[in-house]
Design a protein around this ligand. Structure first.
Ligand SMILES: [Zn+2]
Ligand SMILES: [Zn+2]
Length: 341
C-alpha cells in the first residue's frame, strides 16, 4: 500500500522543479563552503609556514655556518685556516681600526658579536660574517655606547637577524646612539640591559659560560667605566673582554666578584691599550698568557700606551695587536688556546 500511495501522490512538475532548485542550491552552497574552507586552510597554512621560517632564521644560522664555512674556506685563502665549529670556541678580534669588534662562535655554532667598531666598520664585519656563512646573530652586545664601539652596529641591526641585544643601562645622548635605538626599534631583537651582579649571565650556548662582571648600578665619572666586562669560558679556557673599562671599574669589579671569575687565558686589553685601564693588580688576578689590543694604526691617542705594553712584556704575556696583526682569530678547545694566523 505504501508504494501505491507514493505512486498515487506522484509529484507535480512544479514540485519537482522546486525540489531540483533546492538540490542545486544545496550543492552550490556545499561547493562554496568547501572553496571557502580550502582558501582559509591554505591561508592559515602559509602563515604558519612563514612564522616557522622566521623563527628558524637563527637556528639555520649555525647549520649555514657549518656548511658554508667549508666552502668559503676553499674559496678564500683569508679564512682557509678557520676551523669548523665543532673544534671549539672561536674568538675573532676584527681589524676595525680604532675601535673594538669581536666575533664569537660556540662549539655548537651559536654566534655572538661584541661591539661593532667605529662608523664604517660594517663592511668589515659583514665581509667577515659572510665568509663564515653567518646570516644572523644569536647575541649582539654593545660593551658601552661610545661611537668606536657602536658605530658599525647600526647597519648590522638593520641588516642581520638578531636574537638578543645587550647593552649597559647607562644612556648616551650621541646621534649614533639614537640611530642605534631607531634600528633596534625596527628590528626583532630583544633588548636586555642588565647590571653586573653575582652570576649575571648572558644565555648563549649550554657549553659556554658568558658572565657579566661589570658595570654595577652606581655612578661612574668616566663613561668608559660603564663598559661591560665579560668573561667567556669554555671548559678550562676563557677570554676576558674589557671594553673600555678604566682602573676605577677594575677595582670595583675586583671588590664585587671573587678573583676566580676573572681568570682567563686571553685578555682583550681595556680601552685600546690606554694607560687609564689595566691595573697591575687586576692583570695579576686575570693571569693571562695572551693579550689582544684592538686599536687603529697611527691613531690620534697614541694607543697602545708604552706603560701598558711594558706591564704585559714584564709578565711574559704574548701581545697581539689589530693595528699590526690585522684580524686575530683564536680557538679555545676547552684545554688550550690556538692562535690562528
Ligand atoms: Zn673605545
Ligand atoms: Zn669608550
Amino acid at each position: 500500500m505504501e508504494h501505491l500511495s507514493n505512486w498515487k501522490n506522484k509529484e507535480s512538475y512544479e514540485e519537482r522543479q522546486e525540489k531540483r532548485k533546492d538540490r542545486i542550491l544545496i550543492v552550490s552552497l556545499s561547493v562554496l563552503t568547501l572553496a571557502v574552507l580550502t582558501i582559509l586552510f591554505s591561508l592559515i597554512h602559509s602563515q604558519v609556514t612563514t612564522q616557522q621560517a622566521t623563527t628558524a632564521t637563527t637556528a639555520t644560522t649555525s647549520a649555514a655556518t657549518d656548511t658554508s664555512a667549508d666552502s668559503s674556506a676553499a674559496e678564500s685563502s683569508d679564512n682557509a685556516a678557520i676551523p669548523d665549529q665543532t673544534s671549539g670556541l672561536l674568538v675573532s678580534f676584527l681589524d676595525v681600526g680604532q675601535g673594538d669588534s669581536i666575533f664569537l662562535r660556540s662549539p655548537s655554532g651559536k654566534t655572538m658579536l661584541i661591539d661593532g667598531g667605529p662608523e664604517g666598520s660594517f663592511s668589515v664585519i659583514d665581509a667577515y660574517l659572510s665568509s663564515l656563512g653567518v646570516v644572523g646573530l644569536d647575541v649582539v652586545v654593545a660593551s658601552h655606547l661610545h661611537a668606536d664601539h657602536i658605530g658599525g652596529l647600526v647597519s648590522l641591526v638593520d641588516t642581520y637577524a638578531i636574537g638578543d641585544f645587550y647593552y649597559p643601562n647607562f644612556d648616551a645622548t650621541s646621534e649614533v646612539y639614537f640611530e642605534l635605538l631607531d634600528a633596534l626599534n625596527e628590528s626583532q631583537a630583544v633588548v636586555h640591559r642588565p647590571y653586573a651582579e653575582t652570576d649575571t649571565m648572558i644565555p648563549w650556548d649550554d657549553s659556554v659560560e658568558v658572565q657579566i662582571l661589570a658595570p654595577y648600578e652606581t655612578i661612574y665619572d668616566d663613561f668608559n667605566d660603564t663598559s661591560y666586562i665579560i668573561r667567556v669560558k669554555y671548559g678550562n679556557t676563557a677570554v676576558l673582554l674589557m671594553g673600555d673599562a678604566t682602573q676605577t671599574s677594575e677595582k670595583l669589579a675586583l671588590k664585587a666578584q671573587p678573583n676566580q671569575n676573572f681568570k682567563a687565558d686571553i685578555i682583550k686589553i681595556s680601552h685600546h691599550g690606554s694607560s687609564d685601564g689595566t691595573l697591575e693588580e687586576f692583570l695579576d688576578v686575570v693571569s693571562p698568557a695572551i693579550a689582544v689590543i684592538s686599536c687603529g694604526a697611527n691613531n690620534d691617542y697614541g694607543h697602545p700606551h708604552q706603560s701598558v705594553l711594558d706591564m704585559l712584556l714584564e709578565r711574559g704575556i704574548t701581545i697581539y695587536r689589530t693595528d699590526l696583526n690585522g684580524t686575530i682569530t683564536m680557538l679555545l678547545d676547552g684545554t688550550s688556546v690556538t692562535v690562528i694566523e
